[in-house]
Design a protein around this ligand. Sequence first.
Ligand code: UGA
Length: 434
Amino acid sequence: MKKIAVVGTGYVGLVTGVCLAEIGHDVTCIDVDQEKIDLLKSGKSPIYEPDIEELISKNVASGNLRFSLETQDAYEVDVIYIAVGTPQKKDGSADLQFVEEVAKRIAHRVKNDVVVVTKSTVPVGTNHFILKMIQEHLQAEVRVDIASNPEFLREGSAIYDSFNGDRIVIGVENDRAALILEEINKPFNIPIFKTDIRSAELIKYAANAFLATKISFINEIASICEKVGANVEDVSMGMGKDQRIGSQFLNAGIGYGGSCFPKDTNALLHIANEAGYQFQILSSVVKINETQKSVLIKKAKERLGTFHGKKIALLGLSFKPNTDDMREAASIDISNQLVEEGANIIAFDPVAKNAAKKILHPTIQYVDCIKEAIQDADAVFILTEWKEIVHFPITNYVKLMKHPIIFDGRNCYHLEEISQHSIDYYSIGRTTSK
Ligand code: UGA
């Protein structure tokens, strides 16, 4: 059992802290935000993530987990994880100001030997920059080692992923840090891949960039499918059966969103550029993703002529199911354009309603069930494949809409089932509508 501090109780920090406590470590999650710390102390999670509140309560009760503002005591530990945000700057690079602030605070507060582990996604070289910052400001005569330990968690299944990941990547430059990190992570029972720090930093970006590439690739294949009359789902399934390709991340749709892929692909382009290399594939991946957000609008315009005065139902607003995260969600661009062109929008999302209200156009009306959203709508846009939407009976569209027209950005329905009803149905990479 190790004494651990996790600095930053955002998405990555909170999940990391809670899971480290669950495997038996003594964990303090630190944040500068009083409101967040109060909320966490009351057993509530500031993020929507299945199982997280149960694990918080359980581990607080067992004494393995506590939450603290920035105090001297909180830093009296063996290992400090840095899990603060690295937002995107205007030029696409990662903003390291929060990482830098934490490095200085560590330098002022540590009183014993520590290993400083970076969980945040940071450009190559950042761990060494952190070490330099700490050493420059260090107050006590102690030994500080650094390690890179990127996370590969998906929002909405982060707790599950923490206990079922494919690998744990550890970037270290000496045996002391390696041994401590191996000991900490052993109870997860997940294969550990040990490498140097710079490679570990790059692995995280390369992994996200590769996954984003798979998505943009299949989205382009979908466009070709539409032109040649093929079905992208079958193409993707047939390709994915080759184990060298793999079947995951080959779902065509309206592009990737969220807080990671858009930010990390831009950051990697910037890293490559700074290093004097033009990362051509990745530039295209990013461009394709931008275009992909507008494919439904294009189809809808062709079918409806104009959006002016039309009642349009948006089903699903978050960037993917099982999260209330609206960052870079396709619903932002799509709803903005529809509003701009005079549509009246009624929106439904099982979880992201409040988050959406803060971001989307104020004229959008929100309802609490799909039936209410689609009642008398001129057209429906499906933007997130929530299970509530995927399992919504198709017959309801026929019953509740004047003339059902559906633009499905996530291929939620089987074409065979759709063909049994009088529905104008447009999806991605599947030739359909009559
Ligand atoms: C992603 C990675 O999957 C995690 O491994 C990584 O740790 C995380 O970023 C991060 O860097 O922190 P996440 O952003 O939670 O996780 O979401 P994903 O499940 O990867 O989905 C990202 C986007 O891609 C969503 O908008 C989703 O709709 C889209 N997507 C995904 C597709 O359009 N098609 C697919 O086949 C898969």
